[in-house]
Structure formats: C-alpha cells, structure tokens
Design a protein. Structure first.
Length: 304
C-alpha cells in the first residue's frame, strides 16, 4: 500500500478502515500480490459502490499476482480503466456475471482453480486470456467482445462455453487446449475470423453460429458440429481426426473442408496433439442433410 510498509491484507484495522473510507466510486486501486479473502474483497467492493447504480465501480485496477483465497464475487462490477489480473490466482470460483470492462481486461497467465462465470459480461476493449488456466468449467455465455478476444495457449481442463457470444474484433485461440467440449453455439462473429489452430479432446460445437465474414477454423477434435451453422461468406475448415456434421448448414459462399496433412503449428512450434494419433489426418463427414453440397468442397480424399 502506498505510504505503508504492508499490503491491504496486513494493514492494522484502523489504517485499513481509513483507506477504505477514502475510496469512492471509480477510484484507482493497486493491490498487486495481495491475498484477498471474501470479507476483504466485499469491503473493497462496498467502498467502490456507485450510489446511483449500486454497482462497484473501479478506475484503473491492478490485481497482478493477487490471490483470491475464497470465491470471488465481482458480479455487475464496472471497470472504467484498464483491469489487470495478470498471473492472479482464483483459489475458488470466480463470478464476473454482468461485469463491464471499458478498458483492456488482462487475465494473461491467470489461474482459475474453481469454475468461472463471465456470463453477460461486456469487454469494450481487449480481453486478454493468453496462457490462462481454467481448472473447472468456464462460461462466457452471451459475452460481448467489442475488442480483440485473445485466448492463445489457454488451457481448459473442463467444459468451455462461448454460447451466444458476440465477437466484433480479432479472435485468437492459437495453441489453446480444451480437455472437454468447446461450445460456440449461437455465437456471432462479425469480422474475418481465424479460430485456432487448437486442440479439443472432445467436441467443438458451432451449432447455430453465424459467421458474417470469412472464417478459417483449424482444429484437432473428435467431433465438429455445424448443425444450422450459417456462413455468410467463405469458410475454410481445416480439421484433423474429426467427425464433421453439417446438417442444415447454410452456405451462402463456398465452404472448403480439408483433412489437414499433419499436426498444426508454425516453423517455431508444432502443437502436441495428444491424445490423438500423431499421423492420422482423416476427417469423416457424418451428415450432409439439407446442406447445399455444391457450395462445399472436400480435400485430401479421406472422407466418407
């Protein structure tokens, strides 16, 4: 703490009370490396509460390497400046339901040991989750990404859901790993999107998703579901190991489906595809029901 020799968690009670009393809605805070219990976080949120809306409102926020020892309830919080949670640890669940980020939201290398909920959150600027670790279910339901959404090399040990999300800017999932299902069902992608290359041990769900501009999807997965998916521009699906379902897909422009010849990556790094077989590259189209096959081309001659 500025002016003290200890952090907020270790201030004596009178000094802590004096600090909290000096905060108002929209105050800048800096609690890097601070252990935050549920009572201490709640006291901080109350001190930052906006009298008009009742929502805790932060200015520029620094929680780099902070430790949230209990479930962190930051629901409906507003961050009017950059919100930095780089390398923060959430030892329990994290709830950002309805939170709004005006500036960049930086969760790079953060670790979520419990479930995390960003449902209906709004990211007006960049949302940076590169190298973040999600040990339990991660829900980004109906989230609005107004700026870049970057999840490069993030690791999801449980289900990850971006259902009904809106992506209005760059999307980056390069090297991300999903141990279970990855869902973009009913999501809307407003600009040219490159998803992946990524590894999903189970199913990638694109059912009902809408791609308004060209899409490139590069993924190793067991299944890729594109039931009722709408491609309003061209799309390139470069897949490995997957069973692809295109039932009732809407293809306004040509869609190319390719069995990628080898593991994804670049000259500097090749993605580890475990537990998939290293040399297998087959893709099986399990259903073309009601899809305009004339708009869909298949490559590598490894399809059923």
């Amino acid at each position: 703490m500025s002016g003290y020799s200890t952090c907020l968690a270790h201030l004596n009670e009178p000094d802590r009370d004096a600090y909290l009393a000096g905060l108002t809605s929209g105050s800048d805070i800096d609690h890097r490396g601070t252990p935050l219990t549920a009572p201490l976080l709640q006291a901080l949120l109350q001190a930052l509460q906006d009298p008009a809306s009742g929502r805790p409102t932060f200015g520029a926020t620094r929680f780099d390497e902070a430790l949230f020892t209990d479930a962190a309830f930051l629901m409906e919080a507003r961050f009017t400046g950059a919100a930095i949670f780089k390398k923060a640890i959430f030892a329990d669940s994290a709830f950002f339901l309805g939170s709004a980020f005006t500036g960049d939201a930086i969760f790079s290398e953060a670790k979520f040991n419990g479930s995390c909920l960003f449902a209906k959150a709004e990211f007006d600027a960049g949302a940076f989750f590169g190298n973040a670790q999600f040990e339990e279910i991660a829900i980004f339901l109906q989230v609005s990404f107004g700026g870049p959404a970057r999840f490069e090399k993030a690791e999801f040990s449980d289900r990850a859901g971006f259902s009904e999300a809106l992506f209005a800017d760059d999307v980056n999932f390069f090297g991300a790993r999903f141990a279970e299902e990855l869902s973009f069902s009913e999501a809307v992608f407003k600009i040219n999107s490159v998803i992946g290359p990524l590894i999903c041990n189970e199913t990638i769900d694109l059912c009902g998703a809408i791609f308004e501009e060209p899409l490139t999807l590069e993924a190793a997965a067991q299944k890729v579901l594109c039931i009722r998916t709408q491609w309003r521009s061209t799309a390139n699906l470069r897949l490995r190991h997957a069973r692809l379902d295109l039932s009732r897909a809407v293809t306004n422009q040509p869609v190319s489906v390719t069995a990628h010849f080898g593991p994804f990556g670049n000259p500097a790094e090749v993605l580890d595809e475990a537990p998939f077989p290293v040399h297998q590259s087959s893709v099986f189209v399990t259903s073309l029901q009601d899809v305009d096959a004339a708009q869909t081309t298949f490559h590598q001659h490894r399809f059923l």
